[in-house]
Ligand binder design. Structure first.
Ligand SMILES: Cc1cc2nc3c(=O)[nH]c(=O)nc-3n(C[C@H](O)[C@H](O)[C@H](O)COP(=O)(O)OP(=O)(O)OC[C@H]3O[C@@H](n4cnc5c(N)ncnc54)[C@H](O)[C@@H]3O)c2cc1C
Length: 497
């Protein structure tokens, strides 16, 4: 089957998470029906399909962490558990008839622009290739798991479990468990494991700022109200989003001008730690020495308290080697372990950005170009010399604290761009070098006020920073600015043909 111009598809979208689905919804709105959504996993949902470890939940309240045009009145809690996000993703795919475009178990390895033919050729791991007019990458930020390579890891006789490959229903009773990592996933998982494990040792390299999580079940009367009077849920979303926005804008982006707000958040976390953990030494070890906001903030009422349990230990020595029945730290401490849990997160900057080889006009290799120079993308979505290409998970694309702000801004961008293509009766676009440079310079300038540059982020090991030490993930703009610009960017920022 072709798109009517001899190509296999009009649009290929890589990734079937909320990003890929948002793009699919927008292309359908634009009247494009020849869409293939290629996904390497066996089902849709991205993050929320892959991750199902105990304790998984959103850390942005669910009224906000959802598409604004598809509210779900049935969230069971203020912060919905992961399984509800997976169900929501399925509901979206059904509502917007996206499943018929999806192909699972398809890993994209490479894409090349054919300047003569004006199309992309997409190569998949099964050796097949397909052509399309437009290529969209929606491969996620947190989608390439990082597995550490400690000496002796292969010799470990027990089980090794990465949090992205969780064995559902696994029984930890009687087990001596070690968790490596204390990021956002570990903060959710550790209290769950501590309930059943015989012993739990938490290996911490970098402490994390944790603030209390104000979470509760949403009463069925409120769910019914949300369903019958959608305006009430819209109002709840507006209130919650505004609070998050204030945290983001004043605590992170305008750190230089609004330090007290940032310091207040750090104080709240310190007070939470003081009230939760009895042992002063443990408290000291759990206290971060970088500014609040350098890393994505984390919310939990249980995480700190876990360290009062006699069966839970915090280990801050770096891991020197793994032995068949345990871990040895640099100072020679030996910890007996039979189940090793890797809460070691994701590799963003080395193997993502982009997630596969992308060759644009004149043979430019996107990944090599980003790494050799600076990571950049106009409005966090298009790149010069990459015609007819939209990269949803790109430098400066992540806007605000909820991912849905990002994708909805990008959907507006797609709508404006494809509206202009239709108006001109053409099918090719490419962002100009000038527009891209202007956007990059502004992002660079705005970031100077952020906690990333005006604060102290040394030692935070935050994924907001790339391998060059630049904070190139977050878009340093208020949400309203982002949404406005995505809907109204100058059309002359693109060349059309
Ligand atoms: C545990 C966890 C909790 C999170 N909680 C929150 C939260 O509370 N709030 C928030 O805003 N964000 C949160 N995030 C971030 C979350 O990833 C985003 O909110 C959002 O789900 C990203 O959607 P996406 O479609 O961009 O990427 P993903 O959901 O990661 O989807 C990308 C898809 O692309 C596929 N893919 C990648 N490479 C290829 C390839 N080469 N070929 C084919 N398919 C490929 C992947 O398999 C994946 O299905 C969380 C992330 C994690 C890991």
């Amino acid at each position: 089957m072709t798109d009517g111009h001899g190509l296999d598809h009009e649009v290929v979208i890589v990734g079937a998470g909320f990003g890929g689905m948002g793009a699919g919804i927008e292309f359908r709105r634009q009247g494009v029906d020849s869409i293939a959504i290629l996904e390497r996993e066996d089902d849709l949902g991205g993050t929320w399909h892959v991750n199902h470890y105990p304790g998984l939940a959103v850390d942005i309240a669910s009224v906000t962490y959802s598409y604004s045009f598809a509210p779900n009145p049935h969230w069971s809690r203020l912060f919905a558990p992961g399984a509800e996000l997976k169900a929501y993703a399925e509901h979206i795919a059904d509502t917007y008839d996206l499943r018929r475009s999806m192909e699972f178990g398809v890993t994209v390895e490479r894409a090349e622009w054919d300047d003569h033919g004006g199309h992309w050729t997409v190569h998949t791991a099964d050796g097949a290739r397909r052509t399309c007019r437009y290529l969209v990458t929606a491969t996620g930020f947190l989608s390439q798991p990082h597995t550490p390579d400690f000496p002796g890891m292969d010799s470990f006789a027990g089980e090794i479990i990465h949090t992205t490959d969780w064995p559902d229903g696994h029984d930890f009773a009687g087990r001596r468990v070690a968790v490596i990592g204390t990021g956002a996933t570990a903060v959710q998982l550790i209290p769950e494991l501590a309930r059943s494990a015989r012993s739990l040792t938490v290996f911490q390299r970098t402490p994390i700022w944790v603030v209390p999580k104000v979470d509760f079940p949403i009463p069925s009367a409120v769910q019914r109200l949300f369903e019958r009077v959608p305006l009430t849920q819209k109002a709840a979303r507006a209130v919650n989003t505004s609070m998050l926005e204030a945290l983001m804008v004043f605590g992170v982006l305008h750190f230089r001008q609004a330090k007290p707000g940032n310091r207040l958040a750090a104080l709240l976390s310190k007070a939470h730690l003081r009230l939760s953990v009895r042992d002063a030494g443990t408290r000291a070890a759990l206290t971060p020495h970088y500014d609040f906001g350098c890393k994505r903030p984390t919310f939990s009422n249980d995480y700190f308290r876990v360290f009062n349990r006699p069966t839970v230990a915090l280990e801050t020595g770096s891991i020197a080697r793994v032995e068949p029945d345990g871990l040895v730290t640099a100072d020679g401490t030996r910890v007996a372990v039979d189940t090793l849990v890797l809460a070691t997160g994701f590799n963003l900057w080395d193997v993502n950005f982009p997630a596969f080889t992308i060759i644009g006009r004149g043979g430019r290799d996107l990944g090599a170009w980003w790494r050799a120079g600076r990571f950049q993308a106009y409005q966090g979505i298009t790149v010069p010399r990459f015609p007819n290409f939209l990269t949803l998970n790109s430098p400066y694309s992540y806007s605000g604290l909820s991912y849905f702000t990002t994708i909805e801004g990008q959907m507006k961008h797609i709508a404006r761009l494809f509206g202009e293509l239709r108006r001109r009766g053409v099918d090719r676009f490419e962002v100009t070098e000038e527009a891209n440079d202007r956007f990059l310079q502004r992002a660079t300038r705005n970031l100077q006020s952020s906690v990333f540059y005006a604060g102290d982020c040394s030692g935070s090991r935050s994924y907001y920073f790339n391998q060059h030490g630049e904070a190139t993930l977050l878009r340093p703009d208020a949400t309203l600015t982002t949404l406005r610009e995505q809907a109204r960017f100058p059309l002359s920022d693109y060349a059309y043909s």
